[in-house]
Ligand binder design. Structure first.
Ligand SMILES: *[C@@H]1O[C@H](CO)[C@@H](O)[C@H](O)[C@H]1NC(C)=O
Ligand SMILES: *[C@@H]1O[C@H](CO)[C@@H](O)[C@H](O)[C@H]1NC(C)=O
Ligand SMILES: *[C@@H]1O[C@H](CO)[C@@H](O)[C@H](O)[C@H]1NC(C)=O
Ligand SMILES: *[C@@H]1O[C@H](CO)[C@@H](O)[C@H](O)[C@H]1NC(C)=O
Ligand SMILES: *[C@@H]1O[C@H](CO)[C@@H](O)[C@H](O)[C@H]1NC(C)=O
Length: 361
């Protein structure tokens, strides 16, 4: 319903409320046999969300065939579905985060064929600053148990909310305060209204493609299934222009959440936990499942986890031409230097937006 000219006019009146059109170039690809090359495997119990899993290190993950590239060339990340556990044991699973970190002014595109689902399962494809919650978290896909829909959300320090100026197609706004200190850290959640955004329905539809734009003027997420995927995203595209993708399914404009203030460099994460603070909470678990999360599901028949896997065709990261998008923290950069980089990005983008407005007028 929002025409291009309306958007330009609005961005003139409210410079930070509307997404700036932006072109991005491919800077990083995770796909095929090399998909798993540059990730940190958490290699610990789930002391973050208190799920009943052991997140394996990379050697164990490959040895136990929880991480592999399948015959179709897709990356698979799964929960152990072969071991019968004894009381007190936790089930093996995965939590992988990119070794590289990505700046404000980047876009990540993930082509997912299957996402983990089933009772007790809590799966997410998301990003986080290393110093969470300082530096923020962007959840592109998250779902639990047998929920009908996947959802998207942000988690931040207090002061960031979902703006009423958001330009997005989803009307399913679950919560608007992104603060980790509000509503038991629910975050500012928007459900993906596509009936095939999770579970068996997602798999039957052949999955879909998520585009997450982490921009100075706001954070936006698009979701496409195989029939709605625009030609500009088909194949191994080296350049994308988010202004051609239509209205995002979710949008958090910077007017009520200054991206530079609440977000820092992001690491992209895939993880699957079981039960824990969210999927296992009684108020959530009993919405779609029965029994006792740990006793009946985690300790139960391992085949409960036959559907608890990600199958990923690719994850690609795009950055703005001429900007530094990918940082390798192994070269030990510190936050002062990073916020300086963000400012340079901000100034460059602000100048770009201004030129776009002048051109339009
Ligand atoms: C989780 O455990 C690891 C390894 O013991 C530790 O380094 C980390 O600080 C712990 N994190 C939390 C949030 O407890
Ligand atoms: C969000 O709201 C929708 C619609 O009311 C509801 O079906 C869904 O369960 C909610 N999701 C979450 C994560 O709260
Ligand atoms: C793909 O998405 C469109 C638009 O949301 C929807 O009408 C269509 O039914 C979906 N197709 C599948 C196979 O889920
Ligand atoms: C996609 O293109 C990039 C270069 O633009 C290349 O590095 C990469 O290998 C390609 N991926 C595939 C799967 O062909
Ligand atoms: C685990 O699940 C996969 C499907 O995701 C299935 O092919 C495999 O047979 C299962 N393993 C066992 C031991 O049942």
């Amino acid at each position: 319903m929002f025409s291009r000219s309306w958007a330009v006019y609005a961005s003139f009146l409210f410079p930070v409320a509307v997404r700036a059109a932006a072109q991005y170039d491919l800077v990083k690809e995770y796909a095929g046999e090399s998909f798993f090359d540059e990730w940190t495997f958490y290699n610990n119990i789930d002391n973050l969300t208190h799920g009943d899993v052991n997140f394996l290190g990379n050697i164990d993950a490959f040895h136990n065939k929880l991480a592999y590239t399948n015959d179709a060339g897709n990356a698979v990340m799964r929960v152990d579905n072969t071991t019968q556990l004894k009381f007190g044991q936790k089930r093996n699973s995965l939590r992988l985060s990119t070794k590289d970190q990505f700046t404000v002014g980047s876009v990540w595109v993930a082509d997912l064929l299957h996402v983990p689902y089933g009772c007790s399962v809590w799966s997410a494809f998301w990003s986080s600053a290393p110093t969470w919650p300082v530096g923020g978290e962007i959840d592109t896909f998250e779902a639990v148990n047998q929920d009908p829909l996947g959802h998207m959300g942000l988690h931040t320090n207090p002061g960031c909310t979902h703006s009423s100026n958001a330009v997005q197609s989803s009307t399913l706004i679950n919560s608007t305060d992104c603060s980790t200190e509000a509503n038991n850290n629910q975050g500012c959640i928007i459900s993906n209204p596509n009936p095939a955004s999770y579970g068996q329905a997602f798999a039957n539809a052949g999955g879909g493609v998520y585009v997450t734009e982490f921009a100075i003027d706001g954070i936006s997420i698009w979701f496409f299934n195989r029939t709605t995927l625009p030609s500009s995203l088909q194949g191994n595209v080296s350049t994308i222009d988010t202004s051609t993708l239509g209205i995002p399914v979710a949008n958090w404009p910077a007017d009520d959440c200054q991206v530079n203030e609440f977000f820092q460099l992001q690491e992209i994460v895939f993880d699957i936990t079981l039960c824990g603070d969210y999927a296992g909470a009684a108020s959530v678990f009993y919405q779609t499942c029965t029994g006792v999360c740990y006793n009946d599901w985690v300790l139960g028949d391992p085949s409960h986890y036959d559907t608890a896997y990600f199958e990923v065709s690719y994850l690609r990261v795009y950055g703005q031409p001429g900007e530094l998008t990918v940082l390798q923290p192994s070269s030990t950069r510190r936050s002062a230097e990073l916020s300086c980089l963000s400012m340079v990005g901000a100034i460059t983008l602000a100048t770009g937006s201004l030129l776009a407005i002048i051109w339009a007028l």
